[in-house]
Design a protein around this ligand. Structure first.
Ligand code: PMP
Length: 402
């Protein structure tokens, strides 16, 4: 008999389970609002015009070395440009940053989790309740106890800020890691204000917690790259904290399948940076040896060519404003239907997602009756809405909550 027959049964990831049900549904009105992938107004994937131009430039420049291995730490022009986009100008004498090119944001989260678990030996990692589903999975895989800090107040549909602070102040242990979403919190679409970020930084200082930012949506929250990096930069500028950041270009460049990302560690001394770099490089060698080339060249072309960079900003604005318009459209449809409940949060939340507040039963009803596929948590990917399906989705939600 096979020893594998003793394995427990692992349920399919909720995103993929939802996608399978959606694919099996042949109703022409079907809509999926599951995974965080951008769609245009015809529900089609969108290759950013700036990316198309970068493809041409990268293809023109390709020589016989194009399939060579990158160094273990990845493509240096990429991770340096990615670092500058994230941190902006910083004082290189006071701030020491180690950057590695990773398999997108997921790879950066995993590399970071593995590194921090070895280097800091935290008693726990603190995740927001709720958080991106893969955070608990990743930290569980590296063997660190996962604990949750309050984040979402289900009743009021707002950030549960005082409870979050209280929990961290009373229960987090020295050296614990706290995962923070740099902007456009997934799944709730609710971010702390600047004043609240300052208090979170103070708690990290006071309790000696290690902040690990996950930055998967820079440019998607407000449409402004600097504004969306404010929290990360603030933590660095305080000069009192060492931090890590997992950075992804999946969403803001639409390079999902190319797996373009970086891990950055900000340390207080050049000695720490050099040692950390050695360990991170060894981990990367054991996990993936070298990251893939092409996507990082596309991203670098956009980040370093001033004309393409401006075009990219316009593409970002196009995506973020379409999403904002869809929030407004859904909100207005619900109001005009007189749907019971308050729906202001749909327009006040930011980024790709809205935490609708629909219960799992209501989600099931919209799915069966209206062929609208939403995660059990009630989170919708607003990017899945368009001018043709928003009325249908609103009608489904309306019927389910009555
Ligand atoms: N972090 C968060 C919060 C995310 O929402 C995502 C994508 N859904 C990721 C990380 C990772 O995405 P990727 O691996 O494609 O960069």
């Amino acid at each position: 008999s096979s020893p594998f027959s003793n394995l427990s049964v692992i349920p399919l990831d909720p995103h993929y389970a939802l996608k399978e049900l959606f694919n099996a549904d042949h109703d022409p009105k079907k809509v999926i609002l599951g995974s965080g992938v951008y769609r245009d107004d015809n529900s089609k994937p969108w290759v950013l015009p700036s990316v198309k131009k970068a493809e041409e430039l990268v293809d023109q420049a390709q020589d016989s070395a194009r399939y060579e291995y990158l160094p273990i730490t990845g493509y240096a022009p990429f991770y340096n440009a990615a670092r500058d986009l994230l941190f902006g100008p910083f004082d290189e004498k006071a701030v020491h940053v180690v950057s590695l090119h990773t398999i997108s944001g997921t790879g950066a989260n995993h590399l970071g989790a593995r590194f921090l678990s070895d280097a800091l030996r935290p008693s726990s990692v603190w995740l927001s309740d709720p958080s991106w589903v893969n955070h608990a999975n990743i930290w569980g895989l590296v063997g660190v106890t996962v604990k949750l800090y309050p984040y979402w107040n289900r009743e009021k549909r707002v950030l549960d800020f005082e409870k979050m602070i209280e929990k961290l102040e009373t229960e987090a242990a020295t050296g614990d890691v706290i995962v923070l979403h740099a902007c456009a919190h997934n799944p709730t679409g609710v971010d702390p204000t600047k004043e609240q970020w300052k208090r979170i930084a103070e708690v990290c200082e006071k309790r000696a917690l290690f902040p690990f930012f996950d930055c998967a949506y820079q440019g998607f929250a407000t449409g402004d790259l600097d504004e969306d990096a404010w929290a990360v930069r603030h933590f660095v500028e305080r000069g009192t904290l060492e931090i890590a950041v997992a950075q992804s270009f999946s969403k803001n460049m639409g390079l999902y399948g190319e797996r373009v990302g970086a891990f950055h560690l900000v340390t207080a001394s050049p000695d720490s940076a050099a040692k950390a770099k050695g360990h991170l490089t060894r981990l990367q060698r054991g996990q993936i040896s070298q990251p893939p080339t092409r996507g990082s060249k596309l991203a670098t072309t956009i980040l370093t060519n001033p004309r393409l960079f401006q075009e990219w900003l316009a593409d970002l604005r196009e995506m973020s404003s379409r999403i904002k318009n869809m929030r407004k459209a859904l909100y207005e449809e619900l109001l005009s239907l007189g749907t019971p409940g308050t729906w202001d949060h749909i327009v006040s939340q930011i980024g790709m997602f809205s935490y609708t507040g629909l219960s799992p039963e209501q989600v099931a009803t919209v799915q069966t009756d209206n062929h609208v596929y939403i995660l059990k948590s009630g989170r919708i990917s607003v990017a899945g809405l368009n001018t043709k399906n928003v009325k249908h989705v609103a009608e489904g939600i309306d019927a389910a909550v009555r």
